[in-house]
Design a protein around this ligand. Sequence first.
Ligand SMILES: Nc1ncnc2c1ncn2[C@@H]1O[C@H](COP(=O)(O)OP(=O)(O)OP(=O)(O)O)[C@@H](O)[C@H]1O
Length: 547
Amino acid sequence: MTEGLRCVSDRLCVWQGLSKRAWGLKLRRGGSSGSSGSAAEPNDGVVTELRAPELSEPAADVTVAAGASATLSCRGLATRATASWRKTAPETLALRHGGRFAISFTSDGLATLTIHACRASDAGVYCCLISNELGGVQCSARLTVATGGLPGVPVVRAHPGGGLVVQWDESEAVHLEYCRVGEGEWRRATETPATANTLALEELPAGQYSFRVVSARSGAAGSASGPATCGGGGSWQREQFARRYTLEEEIGRGRSARVLSARDTGTGQRVALKQVVSGRGADAVREYRILSSGAHGAVVRALALFAEVPRAGAHTLVLELVGGGPLLDWAASSTDYNERTVATHTRQLLSALEWLHSNNVAHLDVRPENILVELGGAQPQLKLVDLGSAVELEGGASGSGSNADSTTVLPPAPAQLEFAPPECVLGRPPAPAWDAWAAGVFLYVFLTGLSPFLDESIEETTANIIKCDYCFPPEHWGGVERAQELIRRLLEPVPARRHSPAEALRDPWFEQAGDTQLSSTQLKTFLERRRPAGLGNALHSLRSPDT
Ligand SMILES: Nc1ncnc2c1ncn2[C@@H]1O[C@H](COP(=O)(O)OP(=O)(O)OP(=O)(O)O)[C@@H](O)[C@H]1O
């Protein structure tokens, strides 16, 4: 650390409105009403004379190398005084003790400011004010941070709206330059030198970039930052998206998303575009991460994720298109609506849940609207969609060590309530066992068209769930009683005793299920009741022309 020796008594001044000369005397009884940081005060009932502060040693200018510590100090004669530091040039800043700044004031009137790990932007004029009730006195000193003439390396991070944000630490005007990795050509990010120390490059095309800072005065270039990946700015993302997908029609809607069918002009493949409203970006990113990190035949696959599409703040997930609509709608109008069909699809659902749980993911929103069917293959195939409410669990799907404990628990929405387990309606932390319960309710509905816990009101339905109050009316269970034991195992009120999807898959019913034809009358009533107003039967009529 190099200390400058120039005297700064010319900067010694009187704080506006307060005189450094004591213009009044106040007799004060020493005692409990002390103020912090003042000169030592007797606490023995002796009357003390209070004097306005006087400066005895002004602060001196200091020069340090970047990265070193700098200490500015001055001394004032005063009783019951405090000392505070401000930066007055080039910007005004009130300084507090903490982080890189250490501020102290000793009982003999020494006020110090130490700045650790000095940066170029710390350079400037610092002012110390020593004051008490009778007045104040202040002095200033300049801190110079020597950077060796070369600008420092800028810091790069992702911009929440797409693109990158670059920050640097120079006290003078600079040019920010960027180089696309592999191209070797440095370009200026702005026409004129940047005076602020941050630049958001929101419209940067996708790619990898390095940045460097160039002094506008000397033309000296600092070292380049490491390569930073840019997913592309908003309008770039929208442009790429518009070029690639031709939108068709709306095929579904949820609380946070609109789903459209579209065609990928590159591959000719039809896809589903889930447009997630702004504010739910984290859910969309998590849903993409889960659905793109592995594959299971009964779980929809995610193909891509676009941020800032269709508008700033929104996200668009590109998903495999499931062409057959909700499974129960298809089953209710199918000639194959029989016990074996129900067993086949229940097995697919449990297998999808087992796969998610083994990947430490709990779906948490298993209900008929999110259980679709693909009819394009040799056999109808169940597809579970909507991982928007899913949680990723730490330390295994058993529930122990789950990060779900910290998840905000909201009461289930009306559409979810019929499928919600007791621990969910009681506000307990989410866990994979919720999915097993929901699968049990789904199987009950699939076989009978009846909802086991549904009652006249939300309160009564909730009470039925908490008491696990349901039954198997014989008039609705004729010929399919063999599935009841599996349902009992899944609708077990104590989560730890409830069958997991893996255990449920071993139930003998899957082998025993026969051709018993099921009546779709109740199921159609069930579906009609849950159909959102205005949606009609759009999903049901959707069929992939590829099939
Ligand atoms: N890949 C897909 N293929 C066809 N239809 C889909 C697909 N994904 C979703 N849908 C339809 O769109 C509807 C809404 O989608 P999704 O449930 O994912 O939205 P959401 O807003 O997350 O729903 P929620 O209200 O449960 O939060 C679904 O119920 C389903 O019918």
